[in-house]
Design a protein around this ligand. Structure first.
Ligand code: GTP
Ligand code: MG
Length: 208
């Protein structure tokens, strides 16, 4: 995915959810800046980063919202689900409980609070660089993703493996879903609203 100066044709809002410590912020940092922080701090509330990408000849602006996995922030973070075109369920392949949380917690949260029925869902299995500590096999993940109508990608934010590919696949699927191209916030020139950077305060109505 390249980027340049022309105006984006579409604006998509993506949302990262999953347990604390699975690597949501690290995936976003890698995607938005190309960097990785070994001592990445737990997210307080919500954060977002934007990036313009060229996919399939189309210029797309992505605002990717990164939610805190810690339970104490759940009421706050749920208000950011509104208007998300793409939802990324992230888990850590070395901690089986984070995989189980996807079905037990995060899919319920999304079904309660997301507002775009046709949003594209993706399961991301992160930290694949820690192969010897892996607790959830690929086959099980593929079946889980299929059962829940999700795309599936295995990544390493640390090793920069398939991070770009994950976001690109989401964009391709969004562009291929007519209902999303007409969704509020997806059109050309639509303002992104909300404040940038670490939010942690009142809920924003960005892109909804
Ligand atoms: P919350 O903000 O609390 O919800 O956590 P998070 O999901 O944003 O996790 P975060 O990105 O803060 O990463 C947690 C820890 O895992 C950090 O120490 C990261 O450096 C590390 N980490 C993230 N991705 C990877 C990865 O792909 N491989 C390895 N080995 N470590 C990773
Ligand atoms: Mg975080």
């Amino acid at each position: 995915m390249a980027s340049g100066t022309a105006e984006p044709e579409h604006v998509f809002k993506f949302l990262l959810v999953g347990d604390s410590g699975v690597g949501k912020s690290s995936l976003l940092l890698r995607f938005a800046t190309g960097n990785f922080e070994e001592d990445q701090q737990a997210t307080i509330g919500v954060d977002f980063k934007s990036r313009v990408v060229d996919v399939g000849g189309k210029r797309v602006k992505l605002t990717v919202w990164d939610t805190a996995g810690q339970e104490r922030f759940r009421t706050l973070t749920s208000s950011y689900y509104r208007g998300a075109h793409g939802i990324v369920y992230v888990f850590d392949v070395t901690r089986r409980e984070t995989f189980e949380s996807l079905g037990e917690i995060w899919m319920h949260e999304v079904s309660m609070y997301s507002t775009i029925e046709d949003s594209i869902k993706m399961v991301v299995a992160n930290k694949t660089d820690l192969g010897s500590q892996r607790e959830v096999g690929t086959q099980e993940c593929v079946e889980f993703a299929k059962k829940h109508g999700c795309l599936y990608v295995e990544t390493s934010a640390k090793g920069n493996v398939a991070v770009e590919q994950a976001f690109e696949e989401l964009v391709i699927k969004c562009l291929d879903t007519p209902a999303l191209l007409g969704a509020p916030g997806s059109g050309k020139g639509v303002g992104l609203g909300g404040a940038g950077g670490q939010a942690g305060g009142a809920a924003s109505s960005c892109c909804s």
